[in-house]
Design a protein around this ligand. Structure first.
Ligand SMILES: [Zn+2]
Ligand SMILES: [Zn+2]
Length: 329
């Protein structure tokens, strides 16, 4: 059923709740006095890297590959750990995040897409939609498979709790400097690192697969986001635990998931089949011409987004409405 939020995609008539935005804006503003008044030490740089990597893994393996795409299985306890870790990044509730992401895949770069740089511009796709109060409600109809778990519903409702706990841990371990570097600097970097996938990876990079959107593969973004920069692969076939499909496509999240699978914490990692991976070799002239035209796309010239065409991973295959969750038996 269409709602007013869907017709509002793209920022038309958008509302911003300044009180709710105090943490988001405040964390950015705190960077100035923090850098001015806290003497830099190399241990703080290491702390930023460590807290960034740990929580980016929560974002990519948790919010994205598990809760949005069901790309592997785990047990109920580790499912909660993944959700909690993801939410230490202060990107709202796990059900909210995953439901909106499924919506993005359903409508990528089409009129209803909440964060399409092609439709609504770079800044809107990067952070405007995230800041707008229009999309606060969780699209429960898109995430019923995980909304069956009361602990996830609770976490989704009180979504700031994990981030506050993480901040408290920083305080206990190292006082104000650790709170600033491990809590503020690292969180701001995580926001913008994650947001590049909605903005830059639909603008800059190469396209190997014909998809219904402008998704790109971008090595630099894959480094920053621990594997999410292979976004054209991902839009082509969404449910895989690995998003880097060739040896040079670094995917740190997948490497960590492999280690966790050896430890028995996760299992049944879904991988891309050779048939899907090499399907681009069978492209005809029309598809090659489309990819070539899209390769020259840039935001300033704004050609029409590509027309929808079939991919091996049509919307029902998202798994979003499947009744059974992926818990291990
Ligand atoms: Zn995308
Ligand atoms: Zn996705």
């Amino acid at each position: 059923m269409s709602t007013s939020t869907q017709t509002n995609a793209g920022g038309r008539g958008t509302k911003f709740d300044l009180v709710a935005l105090i943490p988001f804006i405040g964390w950015h503003l705190l960077l100035v006095p923090g850098f001015l008044f806290i003497d830099f030490k190399w241990e703080y740089a290491a702390l930023v890297v460590a807290t960034y990597v740990l929580r980016m893994f929560g974002v990519t393996a948790g919010y994205h590959r598990y809760f949005s795409h069901r790309a592997f299985k785990t047990n109920r306890a580790f499912q909660f750990v993944l959700a909690f870790l993801a939410q230490t990044s202060a990107q709202k509730g796990v059900l909210w995040w995953a439901a909106n992401h499924r919506h993005h895949h359903r409508h990528s770069d089409q009129e209803q897409d909440l964060h399409s740089p092609v439709r609504s511009g770079f800044w809107w796709s990067h952070m405007g939609w995230f800041m707008a109060s229009d999309y606060e409600a969780t699209r429960l109809e898109s995430i019923r498979d995980f909304a069956r778990f009361p602990e996830l519903v609770w976490l989704n409702r009180f979504h700031a709790v994990p981030a506050l706990v993480a901040l408290g841990v920083m305080w206990l371990l190292g006082g104000v400097p650790w709170m600033f570097y491990g809590g503020v600097v690292s969180t701001v970097l995580l926001w913008h690192g994650t947001f590049t996938i909605n903005s830059l990876s639909h603008i800059f990079g190469s396209r190997r697969y014909v998809t219904t959107d402008t998704s790109r593969n971008n090595f630099l973004l894959a480094l920053l986001t621990m594997g999410e920069g292979w976004h054209n692969n991902h839009h082509f076939h969404q449910n895989t635990a690995n998003q880097g499909w060739f040896w040079w496509e670094l995917d740190a999240t997948y490497a960590i998931l492999k280690v966790l699978s050896f430890l028995g914490l996760v299992s049944d990692l879904r991988l891309v089949s050779d048939q899907t991976k090499y399907s681009y070799r069978a492209y005809g002239e029309a598809q090659q011409a489309q990819l070539a035209a899209e390769a020259t796309f840039n935001l300033w010239r704004k050609p029409a987004p590509p027309t929808p065409s079939k991919t091996p991973d049509e919307v029902p295959a998202l798994g979003g409405l499947a009744p059974q969750p992926l818990l291990k038996r």
